[in-house]
Write a protein that binds this ligand. Structure first.
Ligand SMILES: [Zn+2]
Length: 245
């Protein structure tokens, strides 16, 4: 008996969404293993261009779940305003970071938010975070800073973040953390690793003397995702446990 087209499309859609849930879970574990996501806090999301719906890590922080143990079952599906469509959790309190950036940036399909130490140090100093690292040229000329240390737990605050982010790949939140974006989950995640590395290199180099940013003529557009499998291999705790078995 021939399979109805609609039925096949439905199965394809479910497979596509389930695949993206696994990618988000892998990104969360890897970012947590690499120290970019700290404690039980922070989140990664993906926007489905076909429906406008968003997959995001649920509010697992409420249950004190370690981010190194996140699986696809911890990812929830929400609509473009943050309303839950399906999943085992409420959305994170700062869901508005994600919904408002997606509303403003049609080119962005993934958003990361976390609280890595070196980025927070930069958000506090009156020193611009400019690219000094060849894998951080996407942050040229510098990462803007949102001068607000509270939770981004309203639509208005989310909109302010989106406005200040503009066309940039990252936004520092003073005394709080960083937001990075990308066309893919892997790009947003690698941008988070690259921002923390760039901040760390400036801090180290500043002990040696004056720092010169990368010359703008040496910048070239590059998608940094080629290093993603390296990060997964090094930091994904679930992957490491399955290899050890
Ligand atoms: Zn936060």
């Amino acid at each position: 008996m021939p399979v109805e087209c609609e039925e096949v499309e439905g199965v394809m859609d479910i497979n596509r969404i389930e695949g993206k849930k696994r990618e988000i879970a892998e990104a969360v574990r890897t970012l947590a293993g690499g120290g970019i996501l700290t404690l039980t806090l922070g989140h990664v999301s993906w926007r489905d261009e076909e429906t406008g719906n968003i997959l995001i890590l649920g509010h697992t922080h409420k249950k004190d779940k370690f981010l190194t143990d996140i699986t696809e079952e911890d990812i929830i599906l929400i609509d473009g305003d943050g309303g839950v469509i399906s999943g085992n959790y409420d959305p994170p309190g700062e869901v508005f970071i994600h919904t408002e950036i997606y509303r403003a940036r049609k080119d962005v399909c993934s958003v990361f938010h976390g609280h890595p130490d070196k980025c927070i140090a930069f958000s506090l100093a009156n020193v611009p975070m400019f690219p000094v690292y060849y894998r951080a040229t996407q942050f040229f000329p510098e990462v803007p800073v949102f001068d607000y240390a509270g939770q981004i737990n309203t639509k208005e605050k989310g909109r302010e973040c989106a406005e200040l982010l503009g066309d940039n790949a990252a936004l520092l939140l003073r005394g709080h953390g960083i937001i990075t974006v990308g066309q893919t989950i892997q790009e947003a995640a690698v941008n988070a690793f690259s921002a923390e590395k760039n901040a760390s290199l400036i801090l180290e180099a500043s002990c040696l003397g004056e720092i010169k940013p990368i010359n703008s003529k040496d910048l070239h557009a590059h998608r940094p995702t080629s290093v993603w499998p390296y990060y997964v291999d090094k930091y994904d705790a679930l992957l490491k446990r399955s290899i050890q078995k």
